[in-house]
Write a protein that binds this ligand. Structure first.
Ligand code: ZN
Length: 321
């Protein structure tokens, strides 16, 4: 019999030790919860991965960091959920095979709703709510290519400062945030947040794994949970703008996508980003950059259904912003 996730009280666990738990959400789903409880009091960094079931870099990064930590040397805690969306994880799909939901669009969830709504409710109330800072590890998954990056709330100096020391080659500041995401739930509680993206493709690129493990350690140093100073990387690209994949250019019909740009390419308004063709190669639609900017998302899985997001254009941050 598993403990209900709502009975999980991190502060009741023994200090100076690591704790591994499976906590039940309803009758059918258990969330894996890792707690490295520092010997001394301090802030709690909450880290999650696999909100989308086809994103694996963060799962491994959490396992590797948790293994390496020595709670006897910690002032504060790491609280991590390596697989937030077990039904999608086991199916290898971005969205839930049970209710079809995108878990990153249903927060704060509903304790009496579908399984994705119940996971969101439990994860938000029982895990994110404990955070002094929250980090959600995403990647491009099977179908998208994203920069290896960390995203932050542009108006929040705490998030900006954390993004600067995270160690990602690309940082992306977002002026606004749509509701429904893990990070918008955290923001609603006043908790500073970051998220990552990475290459994806259903594989774990060593550079992306390194960015995520280094990033978690750097945040723990930044917060004073572990000793030492963060070791930030050179920031090669500073992006600005809306990062919601649902708000980019989408296909209006099914077809085979031929892309004409790479991630992080600079494009002018009107530049042709890709062509959707039918199965005799006849063009069905073309996609053009709606503004000058930099390519922030590319759909790389070429088989496309109506409504699938294909491209997203971000801005380079203006000097002095
Ligand atoms: Zn994701």
């Amino acid at each position: 019999m598993l403990t209900s996730i709502f009975e999980f009280q991190p502060e009741t666990y023994a200090r100076g030790l690591k704790h591994r738990q499976h906590l039940s959400v309803g009758e059918t789903v258990a969330l894996p919860v890792l707690l490295a409880r520092g010997a001394n009091a301090g802030p709690t960094l909450v880290v999650s991965a696999n909100v989308h079931g086809d994103e694996y870099e963060g799962v491994r990064a959490i396992f590797e960091v948790f293994e390496a930590l020595d709670p006897a040397q910690m002032s504060g805690n790491l609280l991590a959920v390596p697989v937030v969306n077990p039904p999608a994880f086991w199916a290898g799909t971005r969205t839930s095979p049970v209710d079809g939901a995108n878990l990153a669009r249903v927060f704060p969830g509903d304790a009496k709703g579908t399984i994705s709504q119940r996971i969101a409710d439990a994860f938000g109330r029982a895990i994110i709510a404990h955070a002094s800072m929250y980090l959600d590890l995403h990647s491009g998954g099977v179908k998208f290519r994203m920069p290896s990056m960390v995203g932050y709330a542009a108006p929040d100096a705490r998030g900006r400062a954390a993004a600067e020391v995270f160690g990602a080659p690309v940082i992306w500041g977002h002026p606004t945030l749509d509701p429904g995401r893990t990070i918008s739930f955290a923001a609603g509680l006043g908790i500073p947040w970051l998220y990552t993206e990475a290459r994806g493709a259903g594989r774990i690129h060593p550079a992306d794994l390194g960015m995520m493990t280094t990033g978690i350690f750097n945040l723990m140093k930044h917060l004073g949970i572990i000793p030492g100073q963060p070791e930030p990387a050179t920031i090669e690209h500073r992006l600005y703008g809306d990062g919601n994949t649902d708000a980019g250019m989408s296909a209006t019909q099914a077809g085979f996508l031929m892309t004409h740009v790479q991630i992080l390419d600079d494009v002018r308004m009107g530049h042709c980003l890709g062509t959707l063709v039918d199965l005799v190669g006849k063009p069905l639609e073309k996609y053009y950059a709606p503004v000058d900017g930099v390519v922030g998302l590319v759909r790389e899985f070429p088989v496309v259904q109506a409504g699938d997001p294909l491209f997203l254009i971000a801005q380079r941050e203006e000097r002095g912003k």
